[in-house]
Design a protein around this ligand. Structure first.
Ligand code: DQA
Length: 148
């Protein structure tokens, strides 16, 4: 069975490359999408890659993933630290979700060290910059197994 993966990016991640490159690196979101597309080919999965600056739009995309996708990789950006609504959406869709961050949120400001996503995610990858995306894809595919 071929797995379908949703890679969802939250607010301000559209500005990657120019946004605080000392924290998030020089890679653009388009570069990351290209990296993920190549990794999807390697892993034999299909992926949908999306970004929104709007909490409700992210929730709508999570709901729409039900019955369509097999798992989700979510970089919720700052909503990680604020959004009970995103946490509830993840609890409601019955899909495995991996929490992802470019930066090591545990080594940053105290308010970034709390995540509403972590308790409802199967795991978290953070601190590896853009390389975290293919790592998360590998982890998700391993979690999903062959499906046979
Ligand atoms: C981030 C970390 C968040 O704290 C921050 O608000 C972001 C990006 C990351 O990928 O490191 O927007 O999710």
């Amino acid at each position: 069975m071929q797995h379908h993966i949703l890679i969802l990016n939250g607010p301000n991640l559209n500005l990657l490359g120019t946004r605080q490159p000392e924290v998030y690196g020089p890679t653009t979101l388009q570069d990351i999408e290209n990296l993920c597309a190549a990794k999807a080919d390697d892993l034999g999965v299909t992926m949908t890659f999306a970004q929104s600056n709007h909490e409700g739009a992210l929730i709508d995309m999570l709901h729409a993933a039900r019955g369509v996708q097999h798992g989700v990789i979510l970089n919720a950006g700052a909503y990680t630290h604020t959004s009970v609504a995103l946490m509830d959406a993840i609890s409601s869709i019955m899909l495995p979700v991996i929490e992802l961050h470019l930066s090591n949120i545990h080594a940053r400001e105290a308010f970034r060290q709390h995540s509403y996503i972590a308790p409802v995610a199967i795991g978290q990858i953070c601190g590896f910059g853009a390389a975290g995306y293919p790592l998360a894809m590998e982890a998700l595919v391993t979690y999903l197994g062959t499906g046979d």
